[in-house]
Design a protein around this ligand. Structure first.
Ligand SMILES: *[C@@H]1O[C@H](CO)[C@@H](O)[C@H](O)[C@H]1NC(C)=O
Length: 346
């Protein structure tokens, strides 16, 4: 080993420093509009990327009836950490769209790395600086997208292919066309789990009811299963983490199969070879079709693993609020980042 114990010890000190400089708790995401088509008028101009973009350009369902792909954006966060525990218990895989900004903080970077190593698909979120592409060249926009992509690649070794564009940019046809031309897959949804609405410990159970109602209506109307791409937010200001055990059990009760987005569209190469160039895609050991690819789920205890192991996250449900989520960060740092860091260094 090239690393002395001193080096490891000083590395161990970093999470504590990073924790001290941790960002303020995340704000609630803006409510998502219904899946309205992002039709924007074609604008004449020097850019070749000016055609209209509609909801049809987004991935909004799976290729196989009976599949359901849970996706979460705006993380990583303390909520992601709690969700990873529940998903591990359920042996279920989902897709996380990482916000590269948060990966500058070691505790959040550790969570995304943990999610990747647990076999979840990592995509990326993108939002234009100042929310407008006006005044920026195509090349500048591509470089900004690539910067976020490289931050994720630095952490997990692969460039994301699946992208969630921030709601405020969904009408920007030039941006969306540029992103498409770079080879990214724009991801939409056909089921909104409303976790930003059911965002307290008391109401998070309603999220499962959203699924239940959708599956039931589908079955009554057509007598067969549909497929779903679900939009959720893995931040503590939503009920996504608290509601997840019931969501998984509802999915199981209706006989649906949980998949990552690559499994949803039979994509063996869910990562890009290059953050800018559209020069091909690649898979890894956990991609659809590969040896370690997993889908499906098992029923979990309501209340999730945190109730069973008496961990720090238990307090969030004990006191009936979710505002204690912030205090979970230090536990996450101690239990996750430090061992991950040691493993990384060795
Ligand atoms: C990522 O998070 C930062 C900080 O909250 C925010 O300013 C930015 O808009 C987010 N990016 C995306 C792509 O959502």
């Amino acid at each position: 080993m090239r690393f002395t114990s001193t080096a490891i010890l000083s590395a161990l000190a970093i999470p504590l420093i990073a924790h001290a400089a941790a960002p303020a708790p995340k704000p609630a995401p803006a409510p998502v509009p219904a899946p309205a088509p992002a039709t924007a008028p074609a604008t004449a101009g020097p850019s070749a990327n000016s055609g209209p973009v509609t909801w049809a350009d987004f991935l909004t369902s799976c290729q196989t009836a009976g599949q359901i792909a849970l996706t979460y954006s705006e993380g990583p966060s303390e909520a992601t950490m709690e969700m990873l525990e529940t998903l591990k218990d359920a042996q279920a895989k989902v897709t996380f769209f990482a916000n590269a900004t948060w990966l500058q903080y070691m505790q959040y970077a550790g969570i995304t790395r943990h999610a990747y190593l647990d076999g979840h698909l990592i995509g990326m979120t993108y939002r234009l600086p100042s929310d407008t592409s006006t005044g920026r060249t195509d090349e500048e926009l591509k470089q900004d997208v690539a910067r976020a992509s490289r931050t994720i690649q630095d952490l997990i070794g692969v460039y994301p292919r699946y992208m969630k564009v921030h709601e405020s940019n969904l009408k920007d046809a030039r941006l969306l066309n540029l992103i498409k031309s770079m080879g990214y897959t724009l991801v939409g949804f056909n089921l909104d789990e409303y976790d930003y609405k059911y965002n307290t410990a008391e109401t998070a159970g309603q999220i499962g009811e959203v699924y239940n109602a959708m599956f039931t209506k589908q079955n009554e109307a057509y007598g067969r299963k549909a497929s779903y791409v679900v939009a959720g937010y893995d931040v503590p200001s939503t009920g996504a983490a608290v509601g997840l055990p019931k969501v998984i059990n509802t999915i199981s009760a209706h006989g649906y199969d949980m998949v990552r987005l690559d499994g949803c569209v039979n994509d063996k190469t869910p990562y890009k070879k290059d953050p800018i160039l559209n020069n091909g895609f690649m898979g890894d050991a956990m991609s659809f079709g590969a040896a370690e690819y997993k889908h499906g789920q098992v029923v979990v205890k309501a209340g999730g693993s945190q109730a069973a192991n008496g961990g720090a996250s238990k307090s969030a449900s004990d006191d009936g609020t979710m505002k204690s989520a912030g205090s979970r960060v230090s536990v996450a740092v101690a239990t996750l980042v430090v061992p991950a860091l040691i493993a990384f260094l060795l």
